[in-house]
Design a protein around this ligand. Structure first.
Ligand SMILES: *Cc1c(COP(=O)(O)O)cnc(C)c1O
Length: 356
C-alpha cells in the first residue's frame, strides 16, 4: 500500500484519490503522511516551529523521555463534513489538557494559544489524507511533548520537543459496533494523588501488562476500580465509562484519578441539551453496576464502544440493553455526537473549528 500513500498532490489541496473500500479498510494503524509539526523549547522559550517531511527523531541517548518517561500526548481527529469542509472538534480542550499533563510531570507546556494553530497547520499540510465524508474514516492527530536533553540524575529535563503527526484511520467499527466483554482488573491503573488524570505515556506503559493479561484471558479490556478501596468504578486503560440506568439517566463516574475525556464531557452535554436526559457525574460503586441497562466506553478513537458484559472474577454482569451492540440511548448519544462532528447536526457554539 505504501506506494499509494506517497506523494499524490498536484499543488492544490485535494483529497487523495482512493476508492471507498480503500478508505474503509484503513483500520487504526500508523501510516506516514507528508508533513509533521515540530517546535523546540530551549533556554526557557519555545522556538517558532516548522512543518517538516522528516518523520524520524534523533535524540541524545540520555534524553529525559528515554530515561525517565517524561512525555505526554493528545489524541484528536479531523473529519470531512457532509458539505465537504474539514473540521476539528473542540481543540481548545486538547490544548488545555496538554498543558495540564505537561505541568504534572514538570515539562514546559506548549503555549495554548499556539496549539490550535499548530494543529491546523499540520492538518492543512496533510489534507490529502483526510478521508472523505461517508467513508467513516478520519485523520487522527497526535500532538505530543517530551524531554529531549540528557538527564541522568533524576530531575526534570530543561529542553523539550513538541510534535504533531497525523495518520489516516478507518471507521473504528467495521461491520457494526460489537459489544465488548471486560474484566475487573486485579491491577491498578492510578494511585490516589497519582497521575491518572494526566494524559501521560507512563500511564499507558504500566497498563500494557494488564491489557495483555486481560486479552490472554479472552477479555477485550479491563475495568479498573479505584486503587484505594476497590469499590468504585474508574475507567479502562484508555476510555471513560458511561452507564445508562433503567429509567434512562446517563451516569458517569466522577473521580480525581480518571482522565477527563473530552468525548465523555461532550456526551454529557449532548445528553442534557439535545436528548433531554438527566445526567449524573458522581462516584459509581461497582456494586450498582449490575443495575444499569447500558454500558459504553468513550474516547476519541471509537466515540462510544458498547460494553455487553463485565466479568468480575467469574461473576458475569450483563447489560440487558447493550448485550450485543449499542443500547438505544448509547446509540442516540453516538449518532448525535458523530452528527455534530460530521456537520449533520447543529453544533453547540465553539465546538467545531473549520479548517480553511
Ligand atoms: C485519552 C484518554 C481517554 C479519552 O479521552 P478523549 O478526550 O475522549 O479522547 C480516556 N481515558 C484515558 C486514560 C485516556 O488517555
Amino acid at each position: 500500500m505504501s506506494e499509494k500513500w506517497s506523494h499524490n498532490k498536484e499543488g492544490k489541496i485535494q483529497q487523495m484519490e482512493k476508492t471507498k473500500t480503500e478508505w474503509e479498510n484503513l483500520g487504526f494503524t500508523y501510516r506516514k503522511t507528508d508533513k509533521r509539526y515540530i517546535a523546540n523549547f530551549k533556554d526557557g522559550k519555545w522556538n517558532e516551529g516548522i512543518l517538516t517531511e522528516d518523520h524520524t527523531i534523533v535524540l541524545n541517548e540520555c534524553a529525559g523521555v528515554l530515561q525517565y518517561a517524561q512525555t505526554c500526548f493528545e489524541g484528536m481527529k479531523a473529519y470531512t463534513t457532509q458539505d465537504g469542509k474539514i473540521v476539528i472538534f473542540r481543540p481548545e480542550l486538547n490544548a488545555q489538557r496538554l498543558e495540564d499533563s505537561a505541568k504534572r510531570i514538570h515539562m514546559a507546556p506548549f503555549p495554548k494559544g499556539r496549539f490550535v494553530d499548530a494543529v491546523i497547520q499540520t492538518v492543512k499540510a496533510n489534507v490529502a489524507y483526510v478521508p472523505p465524508y461517508g467513508s467513516g474514516g478520519s485523520l487522527y492527530i497526535r500532538p505530543y511533548l517530551f524531554g529531549t536533553n540528557p538527564v541522568i540524575g533524576v530531575k526534570p529535563a530543561e529542553e523539550f520537543q513538541f510534535r504533531i503527526f497525523t495518520t489516516p484511520v478507518g471507521p473504528y467499527f467495521k461491520g457494526g459496533a460489537k459489544a465488548l466483554t471486560l474484566c475487573v482488573s486485579d491491577f491498578d491503573r492510578a494511585a490516589p494523588n497519582g497521575t491518572g488524570n494526566a494524559k501521560l505515556g507512563l500511564n499507558y506503559a504500566m497498563s500494557l501488562h494488564g491489557l495483555v493479561t486481560a486479552n490472554e484471558n479472552g477479555f477485550d479490556e479491563n475495568m479498573y476500580l479505584d486503587s484505594a478501596t476497590r469499590t468504585k468504578v474508574e475507567e479502562t486503560g484508555g476510555a471513560n465509562f458511561i452507564f445508562v440506568t433503567k429509567d434512562n439517566k446517563l451516569v458517569t463516574p466522577k473521580s480525581e484519578t480518571i482522565l477527563p475525556s473530552i468525548t465523555r464531557r461532550s456526551l454529557m452535554l449532548i445528553a442534557k441539551e439535545y436528548l433531554g436526559l438527566e445526567v449524573e457525574e458522581r462516584e459509581v460503586y461497582f456494586e450498582e453496576v449490575k443495575d444499569f441497562a447500558e454500558c459504553g466506553l468513550c474516547g476519541t478513537a471509537a466515540v462510544i464502544s458498547p460494553v455487553g458484559k463485565i466479568n468480575d472474577h467469574g461473576n458475569e454482569i450483563c447489560f440487558p440493553n447493550s448485550r450485543t451492540g449499542m443500547g438505544p440511548i448509547t446509540k442516540k448519544l453516538y449518532d448525535t455526537l458523530t452528527g455534530i462532528q460530521l456537520g449533520r447536526i447543529k453544533a453547540p457554539e465553539g465546538w467545531i473549528k473549520v479548517i480553511e
